[in-house]
Design a protein around this ligand. Structure first.
Ligand SMILES: [Zn+2]
Length: 309
């Protein structure tokens, strides 16, 4: 089976703490290994996981505040040091192109790795991947910021016993799946007769933002939502002022959007006890809740069971 999981590199906003590195996340999803928002120290955090720099297929940056991008120089240089031979895709807000150019060439190095750079130019921009569609949505923050989601299209799962009952095998199975029907001795067999729906999965990544339409568009029906909850309710006014979410707001978004597994992260260093985030989120969200810790792995939950009928 293909692997779909989130590897958490760091969980601190703004400044790292003794227990929390700057932000950083890797999503393994079939043939994609996507690094999101590598903060300072991300290259070293990778060493403590099973992900290597050579595994990376893509880098997505939400915005150019330091805790979301200061790990870029080291990571980019590492790609060349490790002689990565295929292009690594990179996405970031187009308005931040100058920051990207500086980070990319922050110091001298022998550049061999190829970056396939596709900046995000507009809200709703989509990038076709083999495993689905990567979509960027504009968020609300003092500088240009985009969140991302990965959407796998709905499909179907062929049922071997039904196929066998019709004597369908070999290349005919692929044809039936592709065309939707197959004519056998004057009798037409449709795909629906020999398969069940297989709902596509969704991953969403929502970083620094106040509440806005983009947050909900990204979170909609996500199997796994990674979302910032920098603050607690006691700092709600400050959160609104500086373009951040509280744990309660993030949890309400998840509940209203049909999210299955919710990962809260990007915590302000002012809070010592992470259980407070869980307590505030639990008041609004009763699905799977993860208060992210550095160097942990969170599985994308198993596929939804298709609704009957
Ligand atoms: Zn920020």
């Amino acid at each position: 089976m293909s692997m779909r999981e989130l590897v958490v590199l760091g969980t601190a906003s703004q400044a790292p703490t003794r227990a929390r590195n700057h932000n950083g996340y890797v999503l393994r999803w079939d043939d994609e290994v996507i690094l999101f928002d590598p903060g300072e120290g991300s290259q070293r955090q990778l060493l403590h996981t099973t992900v290597t720099a050579t595994d990376l297929t893509r880098i997505c940056i939400t915005h150019f505040h330091g805790d979301h991008c200061l790990g870029l120089p080291g990571t980019i240089q590492r790609l060349s040091l490790d002689r990565v031979s295929r292009p690594v895709a990179v996405h970031f807000p187009a308005e931040g192109a100058e920051y990207f150019a500086r980070l990319r060439h922050a110091s001298s190095f022998y550049e061999t790795a190829e970056l396939a750079v596709t900046p995000i130019e507009a809200d709703g921009q989509r990038i076709a991947l083999r495993c689905g569609t990567l979509e960027a949505r504009r968020l609300r923050h003092p500088i240009d910021t985009y969140g991302y989601r990965l959407v796998e299209p709905d499909g179907c799962r062929m049922l071997p016993e039904r196929l066998a009952a019709y004597g369908i095998e070999g290349p005919a199975v692929g044809e039936l799946q592709r065309v939707g029907h197959l004519d056998l001795d004057g009798h037409r067999v449709t795909r629906d007769e020999v398969s069940v729906p297989r709902p596509g999965q969704r991953f969403a990544f929502v970083m620094d933002t106040g509440l806005c339409d983009g947050v909900y568009a990204l979170a909609e029906q996500a199997d796994l939502l990674v979302i910032e909850s920098t603050f607690l309710e006691s700092e709600a006014a400050l959160a609104a002022e500086v373009g951040h979410l509280t744990a309660g707001q993030a949890a309400r978004v998840a509940a209203e959007s049909g999210v299955r597994r919710l990962v809260l992260t990007h915590f302000s260093q002012r809070y010592a006890d992470p259980r407070r985030f869980a307590d505030e989120a639990r008041a609004h969200f009763d699905g799977d809740l993860v208060i992210a810790e550095d160097l942990t792995t969170v599985q994308v939950p198993p596929r939804r069971v298709p609704s009957a009928g």
